[in-house]
Design a protein around this ligand. Structure first.
Ligand code: ASP
Length: 453
């Protein structure tokens, strides 16, 4: 007999079925024992005799039996299969389970985070997380579909690479072949996607993992995933329109409403004046409705800002182009007030994405890095490959990256980014279940040419 999923049983009243799954709960009613059996589709009630006495929650079982309609007064409207139950004729234990360290049939918010993450594979069994992770997969599916329809090519870029600045610290990986040298894990695929434009692909995207060693917060992790894209022969309006189409398709197909279409556009100055922030909520208090998202664009950011030590740093992305009207002034030496071609996407007070039209002019790029405090030699060493690539027919290009974790947080209404990531880090930066970082044996370190202090 083929397996029937719990929810499919509704269509098989009066028939024999074989179910496989986990014991969700067990209720003893004298001679009869009621099990809730859980599989990937949902839950179904199974009626057994005393032979089910040995079953405990989270045992993996196979049950054969007949699907019956429940008497009217016993219908459970709270579950999809609430009108039926399976009368078991045979059951087999496929695997036993220890008593889980915490309940699985609750939303889990009140359980200590470290414990939830230590047993993440059990934590993920709960309905809320099953739903979040499946929505994540759905989101990626819709995004891919949209991008393929729009002629994008999905291309992977390296994980072991050289530092690419996104304003965070790098995670570095020692090289065994070249002792004393290190790879950096990518803070983003920024440089590779620009190289792919020079390579002539014109429309690239990637569901890209980005690694940034920065302080962990409820909306920020060491690793995040972004829908990363880049396009050639475009102006900022083109990238913004493509992204707007993407966000609209994803949010609407996932059942959300969009507050205003097309997305309103504000300059940075206007946003600061009107909302006091460049990550604002368009809506007045009375206009906020559940499952509605108020997207807006922010443009015309200053290229350079002063850091805590009063040194110039970039506000967003050093590879951005300058606003066309500001180029001349910049080449004459002006820094303050020079604007970038950056655009940020915000919704409901959250930063949803950001990108820019890039500079494809080596001279401007070199001057930007000089303003940022790099010496010529340093620029050559760190970014010489980009300057060289720009000398071989680099098309005008621009792109954007949108944070999937943030999009999902909004769509699910979760307050913590960990609730939409399958295996997130703890708040102290330890990995779920495997508890890294961990010690490395002396031999490995020796092979890498590393001596511990
Ligand atoms: N590289 C940028 C980021 O990761 C996005 C972009 O400019 O395309 O935030």
């Amino acid at each position: 007999m083929d397996r029937t999923l719990a929810v499919e049983s509704i269509k098989k009243i009066g028939q024999k079925v074989k179910l496989q799954g986990w014991v969700d709960t067990r209720r003893d009613h004298g001679k009869l024992i009621f099990l809730d059996l859980r599989d990937r589709s949902g839950i179904i009630q199974v009626v057994c005799g005393q032979e089910a006495k040995s079953l405990r929650p989270e045992f993996v079982v196979e049950i054969e039996g007949e699907v019956n309609k429940r008497p009217k007064n016993l219908v459970n409207p709270k579950i999809e299969t609430g009108e039926v139950e399976v009368k078991a004729t045979k059951f087999t234990v496929l695997n036993e389970s220890k008593t889980p360290p915490f309940p699985i049939d609750t939303d889990g918010y009140d359980i200590e985070e470290d414990l939830r993450l230590k047993y993440r594979y059990l934590d993920l069994r709960r309905k809320r997380l099953q739903k979040n992770i499946k929505l994540r997969s759905k989101l990626v599916e819709i995004a891919r579909q949209y991008l393929f329809e729009n002629d994008f090519v999905e291309i992977e870029t390296p994980i072991l690479t050289k530092s690419t600045p996104e304003g965070s610290r790098d995670f570095i990986v020692p090289s065994r072949f070249q002792k004393g040298k290190f790879y950096a894990l990518p803070q983003s695929p920024q440089q590779y996607k620009q190289l792919l434009m020079i390579a002539g692909f014109e429309k690239y995207f990637q569901i890209a993992r980005c690694l940034r060693d920065e302080d962990l917060r409820s909306d920020r992790a060491f690793e995040h995933t972004q829908i990363d894209l880049e396009m050639s022969f475009v102006k900022r309006e083109d990238v913004m329109a493509m992204t707007e189409g993407l966000a609209t398709q994803v949010f609407e197909k996932m059942g959300a409403k969009i507050f205003k279409k097309p997305f309103p556009v504000f300059t940075y100055e206007e946003a600061m004046k009107k909302f006091g922030s460049d990550k604002f909520d368009l809506r007045a208090e009375g206009e906020k409705k559940p499952n509605t998202f108020a997207f807006a664009w922010v443009v015309d950011f200053p290229f350079f800002v002063k850091d805590a030590n009063s040194k110039w740093t970039y506000s967003h992305n050093p590879f951005s182009d300058l606003a066309p009207d500001d180029k001349e002034a910049f080449l004459r030496g002006q820094i303050e007030g020079i604007k970038t071609c950056q655009y940020d996407l915000v919704a409901n007070g959250v930063e949803m994405g950001g990108g820019s039209i890039r500079s494809n002019d080596g001279q401007i790029l070199t001057k930007v890095f000089e303003v940022l405090g790099h010496k010529r030699k340093d620029i050559e060493e760190k970014f010489g490959h980009m300057l060289e690539a720009f000398a071989y027919g680099a098309p005008p290009h621009g792109g954007i990256a949108c944070g999937i974790d943030r999009w999902l947080m909004l769509l699910t209404g979760e307050k913590d980014i960990r609730e939409v990531i399958p295996f997130p880090m703890t708040s102290t930066g330890r990995t779920a279940v495997m508890d890294a970082p961990s010690d490395v044996d002396k031999e490995t370190l020796k092979e890498l040419g590393i001596r511990q202090l």
